[in-house]
Design a protein around this ligand. Structure first.
Ligand code: HEM
Length: 503
């Protein structure tokens, strides 16, 4: 009996090993160079999720080992993934041959409670994604951004006041980057997404703040659930596992309450109003807004998504900019000079001035080159694709990944890539940037829909910060340290800078 059980167990192990070996030879059989160190069953997941080395560091090592070659393969568990190292090929996939790569890696959530996640723009697929994107895009034009500028500038002023108060009342001369900018970006996005005055700067322990903080954490159980959804969606369905977290339900309820207020006549000109207008316009044959049924569920889903996609990315970006400006006082001074000239010309910080400021744009762009919060972009193949000039065929459902961070740090495209040099992005030097080598917001029809908003929001805050304070490195925070959590590239929770009010 024992012997039979043991034999069966050994047989099972052998079969598992053989299956794993078969799956993990997918790339070798097709002559595609492969990352070294795949583990049975896990593939390269151990390396990709390790806390010792950040994902982008590991990917960069492999990218360099293959000389940033056109492409190479790796495995997430037993699933083969293709890493696209060449900007020309990345452009084909993200832009020219986009109709073969319409989707992002997608999770289908079959449980009724999770259905809202199927309508997130980030997650929606095929014609559903196309329909939602076409209706939401007009909300992000420069005209719309100009309309939202006063809401955003008001919050930037509020953060300046918050810092002044911090100094006066508590005698503080340093602030923690990520947490502080998080207060600003959360107020901005909740106000601009659905008119919610979250008051995060007034009460750091507000319910809103707590829910966002909870949402951003990835405790081990949530990580395990996420991995299971990725590796075995059918099993998750069988186990009736739910994906939506309690915090997301909180945000959805807030949006629903806002919708009820709008229906009663309130108008703020925020994303929620724009989406509700688009919904009404669907029935108007004369309206130029693309036609796609924008249900309440889609509106709620994407209002919540804007918070989730916009709050952390922008707070992280601002943290990196402030750190670099503190570290390089000569850049800070040059930028301040530009901003003072701007004030002289426009007598205030206004939308036009902010968008025209060249050095401000260069500092933000160079920061996003050095540290891209979204350090890779993915697409899922939707129509079989033969990689040009090769015999390699990408089948439908395969995920391809573009290593944004590695391309941004490749010396073939950027001289002294580890040097912070905003001048690279000044108009007179921009022609030297090879197309496809700069993609902090992704590229092509499925790039970041919030790019203009994020740029405007970041620029206003940097401008107000530099016009009011002198920034320098805080003791113990002279070097950039990253957060160990999986996901975005973020600064560590303790990274600080020192600030001194300008006379
Ligand atoms: C500095 C801040 C930000 C950065 C660095 C960033 C970066 C990105 C990147 C790299 C992508 C993937 C693009 C691709 O796959 O080609 C993306 C997608 C997206 N971002 Fe952003 N983002 C930022 C801010 C925002 C903001 C403020 C919003 C909302 C207001 C937003 C909403 C989205 C959405 C909805 C998508 C999915 C678009 C789609 O699938 O059609 N992002 N972002």
């Amino acid at each position: 009996m024992w012997l039979t059980a043991l034999c069966l167990f050994v047989l099972l192990l052998v079969l598992l090993w053989a299956y794993s070996h078969h799956r993990l030879s997918y790339w070798a059989k097709r002559g595609v160079p492969t990352f070294p160190g795949a583990w049975p069953l896990l593939g390269h997941m151990g390396h990709l999720m390790s806390k010792k080395k950040q994902r982008w560091e590991y990917i960069d090592e492999v990218y360099r080992k293959h000389g940033g070659s056109t492409f190479c393969g790796y495995y997430e568990f037993l699933q083969p993934i293709l890493l696209i190292g060449d900007p020309e090929l990345a452009k084909l996939i993200l832009i020219k041959d986009f109709d073969h790569f319409v989707d992002r890696r997608n999770f289908t959530f079959p449980m009724e409670e999770d259905d809202v996640a199927n309508h997130f723009l980030t997650n929606a697929t095929g014609s559903h994604w196309k329909g939602i994107r076409s209706v939401l895009s007009p909300s992000f034009t420069s005209g719309r951004m100009k309309g939202m500028f006063p809401l955003v500038a008001d919050k930037a002023d509020k953060l300046v006041d918050y810092l002044l108060k911090l100094r006066e009342e508590k005698g503080t001369s340093t602030f923690v980057l990520k947490k502080t900018f998080g207060l600003y970006t959360l107020e901005v996005i909740s106000s601009c997404a659905f008119g919610m005055e979250s008051g995060t700067m007034d009460d750091e322990n507000s319910l809103f703040n707590q829910k966002v903080a909870e949402f951003s954490k990835i405790p081990p159980l949530r990580l395990l659930k996420f991995i299971l959804f990725m590796a075995a969606p059918k099993l998750c369905y069988f186990l009736r596992m739910k994906f939506i977290q309690e915090e997301m339900i909180f945000f959805m309820d807030v949006v629903k309450a806002s919708i009820a207020q709008r229906e009663a006549g309130l108008y703020r000109g925020d994303f929620l109003d724009l989406m509700m207008e688009a919904q009404v316009d669907q029935a108007n044959p004369l309206s130029k807004i693309p036609k796609y049924p924008l249900t309440e569920k889609i509106i709620v889903a994407n209002s919540v998504l804007f918070i989730l996609a916009g709050f952390d990315t922008t707070a992280t970006t601002l943290s990196f900019v402030a750190f670099f400006l503190a570290k390089y006082p000569e850049v800070q001074e040059k930028l301040r000079k530009e901003l003072r000239e701007l004030i002289q010309e426009h007598s205030e910080i206004n939308y036009r001035g902010i968008m025209e400021a060249k050095y401000l744009d260069a500092c933000l762009s160079e920061t996003l080159r050095m540290c891209s919060p979204a350090h890779f972009a993915e697409r899922q193949c939707t129509k079989e694709y033969k990689l040009p000039g090769t015999d390699v065929v990408i089948p439908p459902k395969m995920v391809v990944s573009v290593p944004i961070h590695s391309i941004h740090h490749d010396e073939r495209y950027w001289s002294d890539p580890e040097e912070f040099r905003p001048e690279r992005f000044l108009p007179e030097n921009k022609d030297e940037i090879k197309s496809g080598t700069y993609l902090p917001f992704g590229l092509g029809p499925r790039n970041c829909i919030g790019m203009r908003f994020a740029q405007m929001e970041s620029k206003v805050m940097i401008a107000k910060l530099l016009l009011n304070f002198e920034l320098s490195c805080a003791p113990g925070s002279e070097e950039l340290e990253f957060h160990k959590q999986l996901g975005l590239m973020r600064p560590s929770d303790t990274l600080e800078i020192a600030f001194k009010p300008l006379k």
